[in-house]
Design a protein around this ligand. Structure first.
Ligand code: NDP
Length: 283
């Protein structure tokens, strides 16, 4: 096992498979389609949306962009989602978050047809994940699971400590590890003695959003460390939630930031869209 888990390489391998699947589906007359909805001018959201657009193009996925002004009303957005829900060319729908404050985010996410919910945030898909019968799984945590799989980490019986309990990373990744028969602990801002919790872990998954707050000295010798955090320090430098240099000395495998979990998220969005198109092809 390589010590540095190369997210770029794993993502590239997966994208080759995705591309081949898209070619097969297209030959059967089912070109996978992803609709991306962006409301407003948030610069970071614009960058993400254009990255998703480009990734779709490279994979041969049909991408249908809807860029709407910030003044779009909730009713207009709901009407658009209804239209996309009924568009037979579309297998996945992604509404870029955050939405402008006058729009109720949960109302919008719940309006997406669960069978096209490529982000896996609809309560139906959350429920399927909780009950151990997943349909769409959220992209970043699903990417973490694919990285562990590609690295050859068998979670059965392992102590996994997840730091962070957000709906988009911490909670779903904990459920996914549980489904793989790990013993899972979820830590958060009120956890007492985080160092002791992390110190027990065979696998540490950090999704906190605070630069290098998990110290290398806390990591158990030989543990696997997955760092989801992306934190900008100073003008340009990106660091994770884990003190990488020190943690690397103790870990058996660790993801870098950047180049770790980051490249997996869009890859899993493509993957979810293609899996949905496969279901369409079987109907
Ligand atoms: P949130 O801010 O939604 O959640 C952060 C979690 O960390 C919360 O549960 C919070 O606890 C917990 N936390 C905060 N401070 C501490 C502390 N001192 N000790 C223990 N726990 C703490 O973040 P996200 O889950 O959305 O994202 C986490 C990180 O992952 C961010 O850096 C983000 O940029 C990154 N990210 C990367 C992605 C990618 O690579 N593609 C995609 C998504 C996220 P509490 O609940 O008690 O407040």
């Amino acid at each position: 096992m390589d010590k540095i888990i190369d997210g770029k390489a794993i993502a590239a391998t997966m994208r080759e498979t995705i591309k081949a699947d898209v070619e097969k589906l297209t030959a059967q007359g089912v070109t996978p389609g992803l609709a991306v909805v962006l409301v407003g001018e948030d610069p970071a959201s614009r960058v993400y949306v254009s990255m998703k657009e480009k990734a779709c193009e490279q994979a041969g996925i049909f991408s249908d962009e809807h860029k709407l002004p910030a003044a779009t009303t909730e009713a207009q957005l709901l009407a658009l989602i209804d239209e996309i829900n009924n568009d037979a060319r579309i297998d996945g729908i992604l509404v870029q978050l955050p939405l402008p404050p006058h729009i109720d985010e949960s109302k919008i996410l719940e309006a997406i047809a669960p069978a096209k919910d490529a982000d896996g945030f609809h309560p139906y898909n959350v429920g399927r994940l909780v009950t151990g019968n997943p349909l769409f799984q959220p992209c970043t945590p699903y990417g973490v699971m694919k990285m562990l799989e590609h690295t050859g980490v068998d979670l059965k019986g392992k102590e996994v400590v997840v730091v962070g309990r957000s709906n988009i990373v911490g909670k779903p990744v904990a459920l996914m590890c549980l489904a793989q028969h790990a013993t899972v602990t979820i830590c958060h801002s009120r956890t007492r003695d985080l160092a002791a919790q992390v110190g027990r872990a065979d696998v540490v998954i950090a999704a906190v959003g605070q630069p290098e707050m998990i110290k290398g000295a806390w990591i158990k010798e030989g543990a696997v460390v997955i760092d989801v955090g992306v934190n900008r320090v100073g003008d340009k430098k990106l660091v994770g939630d884990v003190e990488f240099a020190a943690a690397k000395e103790r870990a058996s495998a660790i993801t870098p930031v950047p180049g770790g979990v980051g490249p997996m998220t869009i890859t899993m969005l493509l993957y979810n869209t293609v899996e949905s198109a496969k279901r369409r092809a079987r109907r």
